[in-house]
Design a binder for this molecule. Structure first.
Ligand code: SF4
Ligand code: SF4
Length: 515
């Protein structure tokens, strides 16, 4: 009996296949539609360092904002209970919600303008998805599971006690981080002391907040532990929008194909024995094409290995690219080691990468810039018109007016809101009233506590012989120091004056005819 040839099983230490990104498919999704985990390699360089500092700065900013008191409130505090929005010492009431329009459109115009100029700078440097994933969750992952190779090996290894322990530790820390981020987010709406108070009581006493934290932390955990780059690729509309906002002169991260192609085989310039050299030379050996005059790209695949969305930037700008600049640092490191000029992958426009001059001033940037300037001017004007008080005059429920034997009466309610963080005194007056009309209510100034409001009646009575039909008048509110004034035009309603007079005469005649 002939001896069967022994087949060597694949090493559990190595991934089954190396990913080969194409422009027509998403590397993180397998051909059967299942999720394929990416393990981007660690990278070092100037952009990675700068992103780390800016990421930590943004996280610190998020963490400390609720702790900074300004005018007696946290720097950013959306006080749902009191319907107030405190923004760096500036307070807006619920009645000022219309200003949000300018905030949202201003952000939109700014995004248009910056995207037309700088592409996806926001995605790679400031988007919370990237910031938390790169600077919190991946840090935990590296700490527990090791570098990309170790993570891949661990993922491929059978479940052992050691692996289970690592998984429990990693996911436990993920959950802790998600809970911390969510609790801090909640403190933007309820303030830190209130949050601390809630945390010391049973969830049933504040079930809405508890449910919010529970669901939001669950979503964060799902997103950062598993979904990750899929959010950028599948869900976020900005990636799709950018293709409509950018053009050949917008800054992006690109590969200089003129310099890089044809890709050439690398000799051992990368440094024998180094991790980089192993990665570089393995790829280079696989790419055994030898060109008479190879381009600068040594086809080491390092730019692909570090990419958090699993694409090959050498295929050109792709929707999946979040502009994280990891491939720039990776390629610069390779170029430095092989003693070639850096910048094979770099921040540049498509025009710049093809040897043309980048035009920063163009119709698109002018249009977006003008829209942004108009938006800023209008928003500045709108915010400057915000007064430290709000008031509303509304008619009481029931009939619009009351006709009595002697008079015609209108009843209103006046709602006054002191938006200041100190007590304020207001003088309420009615202007443009016809002679003989009697006002009751607001005879004396009204003093309101900080951020307090009051609702008080205002009654106007016109004697029948002074009444000449409906008319409009103005209710005016001033502060005691006369620094601002607010006015509302209101209508005094009533019956037709002639009909009322005829009715009155008819009543009089009837009365006289009575024996
Ligand atoms: S292609 Fe480069 S810049 Fe784009 S996501 Fe990948 S590593 Fe980041
Ligand atoms: S890292 Fe640079 S040299 Fe290596 S494959 Fe990418 S572009 Fe080519």
């Amino acid at each position: 009996m002939s001896e069967q040839p022994t087949v060597k099983p694949p090493s559990p230490r190595l991934p089954k296949t190396r990913l080969t990104p194409t422009v027509d498919s998403v590397t993180s999704i397998a051909s059967d539609g299942s999720r394929r985990d990416l393990h981007p390699a660690d990278v070092h360089g100037r952009f990675t360092t700068a992103r780390r500092w800016s990421g930590w700065g943004l996280i610190a900013f998020y963490l400390v904002l609720p702790w900074i008191p300004l005018n007696g409130h946290p720097a950013v505090f959306i006080d749902i209970a009191e319907r107030r929005f405190h923004f760096f010492g500036y307070t807006l009431a619920a009645q000022d919600t219309w200003l949000l329009f300018f905030g949202v459109t201003g952000l939109g115009f700014a995004l248009f303008f910056l995207t037309a100029l700088f592409g996806r700078l926001w995605c790679g440097w400031a988007c919370p998805q990237t910031v938390y994933l790169e600077h919190v969750y991946r840090v935990i992952e590296r700490w527990i599971d090791g570098d990309a190779t170790q993570r891949r090996e661990l993922a491929a290894a059978p479940l052992t006690a050691a692996k289970a322990g690592k998984r429990v530790a990693k996911h436990g820390l993920y959950i802790l981080a998600s809970l911390l981020i969510t609790h801090l987010f909640l403190s933007y709406f309820v303030s830190l002391p209130e949050l601390w108070d809630m945390m010391q009581h049973a969830p049933g006493e504040h079930w809405a907040a508890f449910l919010f934290v529970f669901i939001a932390a669950g979503i964060l955990y799902f997103n950062f532990a598993w979904f990750r780059e899929q959010l950028c690729i599948v869900i976020c509309p900005y990636g799709r929008l950018q293709s409509a906002l950018t053009d050949d002169h917008s800054l992006s991260i690109g590969y200089d194909a003129q310099r890089g192609e044809p890709r050439g085989k690398l000799r051992q310039e990368a440094g024998v024995g180094s991790e980089l050299a192993r990665a570089v030379s393995a790829e280079a050996r696989a790419s055994s094409l030898t060109h008479a005059k190879p381009g600068a790209c040594v086809d080491c695949n390092r730019c692909v290995q570090v990419c958090p969305t699993g694409i090959d930037i050498r295929h050109g700008l792709q929707m999946e690219c979040i502009g994280c600049a990891a491939c720039i640092d990776a390629c610069d490191e390779v170029m430095t080691r092989v003693k070639r000029p850096t910048g094979l992958i770099r921040y540049d426009s498509f025009a710049g990468l093809t040897g043309l001059a980048t035009r920063w001033v163009r119709p698109r940037t002018i249009l977006y810039g003008v829209l942004l300037c108009v938006g800023i001017a209008v928003a500045t004007f709108a915010f400057s018109t915000v007064k430290p008080a709000n008031f509303l005059v509304f008619r009481t429920g029931g009939a619009s007016y009351f006709v009595g034997p002697e008079d015609v009466r209108n009843q209103f309610m006046v709602r006054l809101v002191n938006k200041l963080t100190v007590p304020a005194t207001f003088i309420v007056s009615s202007e443009g009233l016809p002679a003989g009309l009697h006002q009751s209510g607001f005879e004396a100034p009204v003093t309101l506590a900080p951020m307090a409001e009051s609702v008080s009646p205002l009654v106007l009575v016109a004697r029948r012989h002074d009444y000449h039909g409906p008319f409009k008048f103005t209710v005016r509110v001033r502060d005691a120091a006369q620094t601002f004034t607010l006015a509302r035009e209101v209508e005094f309603m009533g019956p037709d004056a002639h009909l009322l007079k005829e009715d009155e005469e008819h009543d009089k005649e009837s009365h006289e005819r009575k024996p």
